[in-house]
Design a protein around this ligand. Structure first.
Ligand SMILES: Cc1cc2nc3c(=O)[nH]c(=O)nc-3n(C[C@H](O)[C@H](O)[C@H](O)COP(=O)(O)OP(=O)(O)OC[C@H]3O[C@@H](n4cnc5c(N)ncnc54)[C@H](O)[C@@H]3O)c2cc1C
Length: 484
């Protein structure tokens, strides 16, 4: 069947933290934007606390990367309009100065003045995102937080309120991972994208899977000219644009660039996992940690690498299916009567999410047959942090009064770094503006950009970087319109 061709100023691939922001910001500037999203466009009225269905409708199937000894890391990411922001817990934190300090060393990244790229280079963009999403402090703690806080204090640490992009209508249903049923949680779906659709200028196509970026030869070297995608009806289409922004997430963007013929060795390498696990304490009294805003507090005492290199968030339990299928202790995964007994006490758990700053030793590889392979190669220092974070979380729960402690295997929900930005093309995939070193007018605007794993939840940084890119693209498009 003949391919249908269309023309835009910008095509954005993926509608999550990065893509949703770039598309919304550029549409607001008057650019003609096509936003292609592989997942469905579901809205708050569709979101029910039906764990299995939400997993099917809103997430990519869970991927696993093997670890030595038969264990594995589970990778979670959203597949829907709004991407992972539609199903995440919406903690909104600016990265620590120490996080930025690693970027120059990793990739030679500088700002426009030739100085090391620092938090000051992002602060105004952080501010814009925080204002638009209404980021606020969550000090509306429930009983389970106070239960856990006692344990942290007993060990000389403490919990403090997080900030999040949730408004005052948050009913603390606890169902963030199934999409917010009353739009109190601000995803890019119900903010940037919804606003742009209302105003006009944004053409959103859900169920549209982009297969490759079209690259053509031009006098200054190869440049992006559009994309080829399969639409929701299964029809293969071509859309053309002045530039293409890849924002398909840290697992899919490197694969898209490889499928499009890019060869830079940094593409797909240096993947950071921010490896995390939930640690659950079983208490005598009901805690109802499943009916709270899942993450209202965190402990930053060990945030800096020299202090431990991990952060803990409280207090959350996964919904019943995920809870029951991931519990383990020193003897391994729970099974049979022990599992039944553990799950029966569901209301009596408090959970601590322990997240470790890793050193970007994972990779996304596209095999010769086009299939994906994930490789994780955790080094002793990273393993030491993972172990220390489990030990401290477990001790804090016991100090708080937990009779038994269980935990999950490693989860990777904060994927980043697989097309990292830098001045040095030998160590980075894109430049300081997100443009690939190999192909002009092809940009990356998602978590893949982050040169080294952050010590905090990454989405606010992804959105700030995307805002910065949108500002630069808007100027570039004004200077060099589509006809150029
Ligand atoms: C359960 C969970 C909880 C989290 N909680 C928090 C939190 O509280 N705070 C925080 O800061 N971070 C949190 N995160 C992480 C955060 O949401 C991500 O870091 C962020 O959304 C990444 O943005 P992104 O643009 O890189 O990718 P995404 O937001 O994942 O968006 C990528 C989009 O691209 C689409 N896509 C992929 N391939 C294609 C293709 N070929 N064609 C078209 N579209 C495609 C995907 O379907 C997806 O919609 C959480 C993550 C998870 C999984």
């Amino acid at each position: 069947m003949a391919k249908t061709r269309e023309e835009f100023d910008v095509i954005v691939v993926g509608s999550g933290a990065g893509g949703g922001v770039v598309a919304g910001e550029l549409a607001q500037c008057g650019c003609r934007v096509l936003l292609l999203e592989a997942g469905r466009h579901l809205k708050s009225a569709d979101f029910r606390r039906w764990e299995a269905k939400a997993k099917h409708d809103l997430f990519w199937p869970t991927r696993f990367a093997p670890l030595p000894g038969g264990d594995a890391v589970a990778f979670l990411a959203g597949r829907c309009v709004g991407g992972t922001t539609t199903i995440n817990t919406k903690v909104a934190l600016r990265a620590h100065a120490q996080d930025f300090a690693k970027w120059r060393a990793a990739t030679g990244l500088t700002n426009e003045a030739g100085q090391a790229f620092s938090r000051a280079d992002l602060d105004s963009y952080y501010g814009r995102v925080e204002d638009l999403l209404g980021v606020r402090e969550r000090s509306d703690w429930e009983k389970c937080i106070y239960t856990v806080q006692a344990g942290f204090r007993a060990l000389g640490a403490d919990l403090e309120p997080v900030h999040s992009y949730t408004d005052a209508n948050c009913q603390r249903y606890g169902s963030c991972l199934q999409g917010c049923p009353n739009d109190a949680g601000k995803s890019t779906m119900n903010t940037y994208i919804a606003w742009a659709l209302e105003r006009g200028g944004l053409d959103l196509r859900a169920g549209a899977r982009v297969e490759r970026v079209l690259i053509e030869n031009a006098p200054g070297g190869p440049r992006a000219a559009g994309v080829e995608y399969v639409d929701a009806a299964g029809e293969r289409r071509v859309a053309r644009a002045h530039c293409v922004v890849a924002a398909a997430g840290a697992l899919a963007t490197p694969q898209l660039l490889r499928r499009s013929g890019l060869r830079n060795p940094a593409i797909g390498r240096h993947l950071g996992l921010h490896p995390a696990r939930l640690v659950y304490g079983l208490f005598d009294e009901p805690q109802d940690s499943h009916r709270v805003y899942p993450i209202s507090a965190h402990c930053l005492k060990f945030q800096r690498d020299e202090d431990g290199g991990f952060v803990m968030e409280a207090s959350t339990v996964m919904d019943p299916i995920a809870f029951a299928t991931t519990l383990r202790d020193e003897r391994g995964p729970l099974w049979g009567p022990r599992l039944v007994e553990a799950v029966r006490a569901y209301r009596r758990y408090c959970g601590v999410l322990a997240m470790v700053t890793d050193e970007n030793n994972a990779s996304v590889i596209v095999e010769a047959d086009g299939s994906e392979r994930l490789e994780v190669d955790l080094q002793p220092r990273e393993l030491g942090r993972i172990e220390a974070s489990l030990r401290f979380s477990s001790d804090a729960l016991r100090a708080a009064g937990a009779r038994t402690v269980y935990w999950t295997g490693l989860l990777a929900t904060h994927l980043q770094g697989s097309c990292r930005m830098g001045d040095d093309p030998a160590r980075s995939a894109v430049d300081r503006n997100g443009e690939t070193h190999e192909v002009k007018r092809l940009y990356v605007a998602d978590a893949s950009l982050i040169p080294c794993t952050l010590s905090v939840n990454p989405s606010l940084t992804v959105m700030a970087l995307a805002t910065r890119l949108a500002e630069r693209l808007a100027v570039a498009l004004m200077e060099e319109p589509l006809s150029a």
